[in-house]
Design a binder for this molecule. Structure first.
Ligand code: NAP
Length: 289
């Protein structure tokens, strides 16, 4: 098969969400298929919430090999699947589906992609004290994988009740300390003084509000690892100020590419060409901005 040509045997993967036009997944995955000469294609499908059951029926009927699932379907799609990977079950949200002869299994590679981005830099979560900003979907995936890997954590959220809900869920699976607090300067000061790693999972600092940050610069020190999962811009104000303070910084691009790479490996059984996927994502981001 000539790489890139669509044939009668081409396997189909894709992403569903609403909205979906700005996704970077098609360029990453199609470049990876071409690089390895795989007879696969990856498409973006806009799917409205009320059509989700029909979309999943379509995956079975059309024998689509795999899907990524993004906002707003990561939780709502679960009842339509046949199986859940144990980590995805704990998290209660998925972003990847593998179709094995009509049996659909859900996985959460946001969580494992985040972990991989840390591990690739030699950072092991075991015994670390994490401060997590935000209590939305991404925070949920990240806090569960950190708990599973033996980190303790404080979750700070603007609406503190959401942080408390999340902490209550995680505590059931974690022997380590899991606390929830309101997101304000006083609590940031108190928790960052003892933290090893700060993770921003909120959307604050994302385009178009790139000049905002939740963390006053004077609270950032060189002892901290600062991970901002926002990937647009690649360097947020938080990361710029963390760099100035001498902290180790990690941006959201590696997490984005790893979640894709891990999904790719489940669909194809092949090692994903991470660097190819990353450079395509960077090109797509430059084109977008
Ligand atoms: P979400 O479920 O909507 O959660 C958003 C979170 O941000 C909530 O905790 C919300 O707080 C907080 N927030 C929003 N605006 C805020 C503000 N002005 N001040 C303080 N807190 C604010 O979204 P999500 O799916 O978790 O995604 C969050 C971010 O992560 C997005 O930027 C997304 O692009 C990024 N992300 C990156 C990756 C990756 O692979 N790198 C993967 C997933 C997500 P409240 O609860 O108080 O409203």
């Amino acid at each position: 098969m000539e790489a890139g040509l669509i044939s009668g045997k081409t396997k189909v993967c894709g992403i569903i969400g609403d909205p979906i036009e700005h996704t970077m997944s098609p360029v990453m995955h199609n470049a990876a298929f071409r690089k390895l000469g795989l007879d696969y294609v990856y498409l973006a499908f806009p799917v409205r919430r009320e059509e989700l059951d029909k979309a999943v029926a379509g995956v079975r009927a059309l024998n689509i090999r795999g899907l990524n699932v993004t906002i707003p379907h990561k939780v709502a799609i679960i009842p339509f699947l046949d199986k859940l990977d144990p980590l995805a079950e704990k998290i209660g949200a998925i972003n990847t589906i593998v179709n094995e002869d009509g049996v659909l299994t859900g996985y959460n590679t946001d969580a494992t992609g985040f972990l991989r981005a840390l591990l690739e830099r030699g950072i092991k979560p075991e015994g670390k004290k994490a401060v997590i900003l935000g209590a939305g979907g991404a925070a949920r995936a990240i806090s569960f994988i950190l708990a599973e890997r033996g980190a303790s954590m404080v979750i700070l959220n603007r609406h503190s009740a959401r942080a408390e809900d999340l902490a209550r869920r995680i505590v059931q699976f974690s022997p380590e300390e899991v606390k929830a607090l309101a997101l304000n300067k006083e609590n940031l000061k108190k928790t960052l003084a003892k933290a090893d790693i700060l993770i921003n999972t909120t959307s604050l600092g994302m385009v178009p509000v790139v000049d905002e940050t939740l963390v006053p610069a004077e609270l950032l020190t060189k002892r901290l690892i600062v991970f901002d999962i926002i990937y647009n811009p690649v360097k947020t104000r938080l990361l710029r100020e963390a760099e100035t303070a001498g902290a180790q910084t990690i941006n959201g691009l590696d997490m984005l590419v790893w979640q894709g790479a891990l999904a790719f490996e489940k669909w194809t059984g092949r090692k994903a060409p991470f660097e190819v996927m990353k450079s395509e994502a960077i090109k797509a981001l430059e084109h977008e901005n």
